[in-house]
Design a binder for this molecule. Structure first.
Ligand SMILES: [Zn+2]
Length: 356
């Protein structure tokens, strides 16, 4: 078979043909078929041209070879350009549009009780109090005895206190004689701190406490307090009142007034309930203060000398004051939340109302 060399089309003409084949391709798959038709290793046009070299006279071989190479290079270059263009313009429907603004991840925020606790800590820290934390599992001595609550004290009753089945090793090292419990107040940390430090003392102790209570509108078996303790020479009830007033004015309202109502706690003498003038009605009486003009905040008093004796402080030389304020109580007052349970249920519909 003789090759029809004289009318063999030129490279530009063949390239043109390839071009129009490509233009008709409707999909990447079609385009690949066109490519194979021309550049296929065995049956492509270029391959056929190469094969034909064997049948042409020796003087023509070189010419055909060069033609085939030129065509091959031209087609490959064109194919490479075709791929570049289609890849750059191809964009599946779900591709990322890099020009759109990014999706901002949804951030959580602090729990309202944490916000209140942080704020309380901040106020007391500015007044010179150090923040101290202690164990929630306590022994009876730190939680009761040292706080002037002897064995027959009603607060130690099984009905109020959650005792643990497993004892912890006490100071004496004898595990068997130490009854353990979940602390009923943060005051146990007063004892631990005073045992380890000499006056002057100025600490606040935030933390969770436990009582044998059923969960209802105003009670929870676990809640949190901020305990305060100051010990030094010459501290008086006036210092206590001034400290709490300064706190209340920063926490609630700059015009709030304070009132002490006589009360009783075994570990303070005298003891008082802390009332604040209602900052919503300024004492005139409203729903928040239940028409009384006053709002209960917590308990306080001057440290009982017996407590100083328990920790080895000189009760003749030192005086001190202490208070306990419920963190939930403050949160309820600040946010007008009626039901304490809302703070523990972690319902986002509730929590999202406090986006700090
Ligand atoms: Zn009021």
């Amino acid at each position: 078979m003789s090759h029809r060399l004289p009318d063999f089309p030129s490279v530009p003409a063949l390239l043109q043909e390839f071009e129009s084949d490509l233009a008709q391709a409707k999909s990447p798959r079609d385009a690949q078929t066109v490519r194979d038709k021309w550049l296929g290793r065995k049956k492509g046009e270029v391959a056929k041209l190469m094969d034909s070299i064997a049948q042409v006279p020796p003087e023509e071989k070189k010419k055909i070879g060069r033609l085939a190479n030129e065509l091959k290079q031209a087609l490959e270059a064109r194919w490479a350009r075709h791929l570049e263009v289609t890849e750059a313009t191809a964009r599946p429907a779900d591709a990322v549009d890099v020009t759109l603004p990014g999706r901002v991840p949804e951030l959580g925020h602090r729990h309202p009780l944490t916000v209140v606790r942080d704020r309380m800590e901040e106020i007391f820290t500015r007044m010179g109090f150090a923040i101290v934390e202690g164990p929630e599992v306590e022994d009876e001595w730190h939680c009761f005895d040292a706080l002037n609550m002897p064995a027959d004290h009603p607060a130690r009753d099984m009905q109020d206190t959650l005792y643990l089945a497993t004892p912890i090793r006490g100071e004496s090292g004898r595990a068997e004689d130490v009854r353990t419990l979940l602390r009923t107040h943060t005051s146990s940390m007063q004892i631990r701190y005073m045992q380890a430090h000499q006056p002057p003392v100025r600490i606040v102790v935030p933390g969770r406490v436990y009582r044998r209570d059923d969960l209802d509108l105003t009670h929870s078996p676990a809640f949190s307090q901020i305990e305060g303790l100051a010990v030094g020479e010459g501290l008086s009830l006036a210092d206590l009142k001034g400290t709490l007033l300064a706190f209340a004015r920063q926490m609630f309202s700059p015009t709030v007034r304070i009132r002490f109502r006589p009360s009783f706690f075994p570990y303070t003498e005298p003891s008082a309930e802390i009332d604040l003038s209602c900052w919503q009605c300024d004492g005139a009486g409203c729903a928040m203060c239940k028409r009384t003009g006053w709002i209960e905040l917590g308990g306080c008093g001057m440290v009982h000398p017996t407590v100083f004796e328990a920790v080895g402080y000189d009760a003749e030389r030192y005086t001190g004051f202490a208070w306990g304020i419920g963190i939930e109580r403050v949160a309820i007052l600040r946010h007008q939340v009626e039901d304490i349970r809302l703070f523990y249920e972690n319902d986002l519909r509730f929590l999202e109302q406090f986006p700090y």
